[in-house]
Structure formats: C-alpha cells, structure tokens
Design a protein around this ligand. Sequence first.
Ligand code: NBP
Length: 471
Amino acid sequence: MESSKIGLIGLAVMGQNLARNIASQNFKVSVYNRTTETMTSFIEAHGSDNLVGQADLKEFVESLESPRKIIVMVKAGRPVDLVISSLLPLLDKGDTIIDCGNSHFPDTIRREKELSEQSIHFIGCGVSGGEEGALKGPSLMPGGNKKVWSELEPIFTAIAAKDFSDKPCVTYLGNDGAGHYVKMVHNGIEYAVMQMMAEAYDVLSKSFGLTAPQIADIFEKYNEGKLQSFLFEIAVPILRQKDDLAEGYLLDKILDKAGQKGTGRWTAIEGMERGVDISTIVQAVNARIVSSRKDFRTELATKYDNPSVGKQLPTEALEEIIKELESALYAGMLLSYAQGFDLLRAAAEEMKWDLNYAEIARIWEGGCIIRAQILNTLHAAFEKSNNAPLWTIEDIVADLQESWGSLRTVTILGAQSGAPMPSLSAALSSFEGMSSARTSANFIQGLRDSFGAHTYKRTDREGTFHTEWGN
Ligand code: NBP
C-alpha cells in the first residue's frame, strides 16, 4: 500500500477535522488515537484512499513516508510528552514531530531541545479557528527549525485559510517556541476582544434595558462596518437564539460563569514578567475569574446596594450611544492589538525571534477566531511603517485620535449604569497613561523614598536624590 505523506495522532474534534482537511487537499494521511474506537468510528464516517486509520502505533509509524512527519493533536500538557515518549522508540533520525495543540511555549522550547539532541525535529505550530477552521482552513502559526519547516510547508500551505488577498494564512515565525508564543498572544487578544463585546452587550442591556435580539440588531450593523469580524458575526445568531427548553432567549438562561483553558492566563503572566502593559488582556482574564465566583457574587449582591443598577437612560440617547460604543469598541480593539504586539516585540527581542508583525497580522486575517477587518488595517500599517510599534504608526494614531474619546464616554456610561467595564476601561487608562508625557509616578517615587529611602530622580537636573521628608 502507498505510504502516507503525513500522520496525525489525536482524534478529538480538532484532530479529526485537521485530518479531513489534509486528506481533502490530496495528501494521504494516516491517523491514530489512543482510544481505538474513536479512530474506527472516525474512519467509518470519513475514511478514504487519502485518510487511513491505524490501531497500532508501530503500524501507524510504518505507514508513513520517510522522513516521517507526524502531527500531534492531543490535549496540551502531559499528554503531549506521553505521546512523544511512545513515538520515540519507533522513529528514525531526521523524522519530524509537529505539535499542533495549544502547548505552553516553554514546553515547546524544552521539547525541541530534547528532541534535537536525538536528531528528531520538532515543530510547535499554533492552530486557530476552532473545529470549523481545522476542517475548512485554520490560521497556522509554526515555529521551529526553518529548514524542517520548509519541508512541511506544501501541506500546511494547502490546508490553511486564506487572507484578504487570498494568500495562505500561514508563515514561518521563528525558532523553537515562536509559533506557540504567537498563538498564546493571539488567544490573549481573543480574550480581550470577547470581553469588550460582552461589556458592550452588558451596558446596552443595563443602560437601556435592551433585549438580546435588540442587541443583535446593533451588533449586526457593527458587523457591516469597521468592527466586521468573525466574533461579531457569530454573536448575532447567539443573541437571537430562542430557548428551546423554556420561554425567551437562550443567552438569558446561560449561567454567567466563563470557562478558561489557560492561554489567556499564560499571556497575562507573560505581560507581568516582561513588564509590558497588556491590561486589556489581564482584565479580560480577571473578568473570567470574577465570573467564576458565582456563589460569592450572589451572596454579596444581597449585602450591597448598587445605586447605579437599574438606572436607565431615555431611549432618545440610544442612537448616539450606539455610535459611541462602536467607536469605543474599535479603539479598545486597536489598543488590545497594540498591547498584544508590544508583548510579542518584547519576547522576540529576548528570545531572538525575528518576528514579522505585518505577517502575523496577515495570517490572522483569515481562519482564526480573531479574524476581522481590523487585521487588514494592522497588516497595512505594519507593512507601511516597516513594523514600527503599532501605537506610533501614522494611520493608527489617526484612528485612535478619532476614536479614543468614545472609550471615555462609554466607560462613564458603564459606571453610571452598574455595568463593569474591566477591559474597555483598561484600554482607556492604558491609552491615557501611554500617551501622557507625565504620569502620577512622581507621587509613587515620593512615597517610596519616604518609607524606604529608595531615592528618586528629578526632571530638572541630573543625579539621584533622597530627601528627609517633613524635615
Ligand atoms: P482535547 O484537547 O480534548 O484532547 C483530546 C485528545 O487528546 C484525544 O484524542 C485524546 O485521546 C488525546 N489524549 C489525551 Br486527553 N491524553 C492522551 C494520552 N495520554 N495519550 C494519547 N492521547 C491522549 O482535543 P481538542 O479539543 O481536539 O484539541 C486538541 C488540541 O488542539 C489541544 O491542545 C487544544 O488546546 C488545541 N486547540 C483546540 C481548539 C478547539 O477549538 N477545541 C482550537 C485550537 C487549538 P482519547 O480519545 O484516547 O481520549
């Protein structure tokens, strides 16, 4: 039997769809799963000349063309190490393992190092787009040895989504953990964008008493303008979904506890560790933490009276607020990207990754969860400025100058109507801080010097100073 071009291990939703995508592009793929029944029922449903299943790991490895290329698509963490250990005795020098799961980048760096010592290549490739993306074309973020990547490129290029210019949403990012790092930051930005949308939904509901389908009408219009994106696209039917188990709309019955799998938290920690302000992302992670404390929140809600809650604005104000909110969301999203790219830049400098920010914005234009019109704007801005920091690029400065005032209007509205705005207000504070020549840190320095003799510098002369405060 003809050997397969590539193998794939891990047949949960992502692995199944990625395998079907590869087979549909005319690359023969062998698949394997720890639980054999999953593999057999998958092959029963989708098997073909190009998509073959193996129940035995050794036979799976033997079914592959040499040098072998094996995608691992299992749960991130220990399962990836276990799969690698079980594969190692069966592989030959020069074979390649490609981890397409959401692995934490330090694990990818470690695995690449350990495997290269055994002459096995390792590529860490972020995959975004959920199950539909995996099937129809994801955004792919590979990192590892460039030469090894070039051998995989034809397959990955064929299965990737397309950007606004119909080019594949995949590009080589850099050594070892660069791909998984970029995917992690992608997910962090995804957290911030989703949180800002949730804040918009909340403030419309609390300030004007709008129902879910009324908010759907507003979001539908937003999706026709500069906020056009996959997330707004899917938000509309979510807001309009009727409950089939009870009266009313389903969204109103969904428990307000948001889950998380770790990539947002990893991004937040990275921001802290590298000293980069990614407050829109940090606050989005924090909002999920607050949401998870449902019982405690419910108890506190009986103890505190929030006079803002239930204060509705007259409907005449709605039209203007819809426009302000659109503009605030645009500014908030631009700032989430500015922060995310700042983090990428800081990491790239230390890790010696030659990240191309225009290319990163480009490969996020299609396939991935944050795909949006705004990425085309960022892509063009980075290209035009030779990858300058986003905040400083002329076109972005003009866009932020026009829109950031709406962040102020909307966060005031949130405060007045009891709708917390952790990410939108973080965007406002971050912008005002970053674009101020002078902050309040002089006061912090005064306090530090007073209680701990930490010294301070002056604005009007060189040197380091300490004062005996109050004397
Ligand atoms: P899961 O993350 O739910 O993982 C399930 C798969 O891991 C199954 O095939 C399971 O085999 C296998 N597995 C486990 Br669990 N432990 C194993 C072990 N010790 N040895 C071998 N196999 C093991 O699947 P998923 O949602 O398809 O995601 C796969 C990867 O892609 C994850 O890293 C995920 O974070 C990432 N990702 C997911 C999405 C998404 O939208 N779901 C999007 C982008 C990236 P079994 O059948 O025998 O239990």
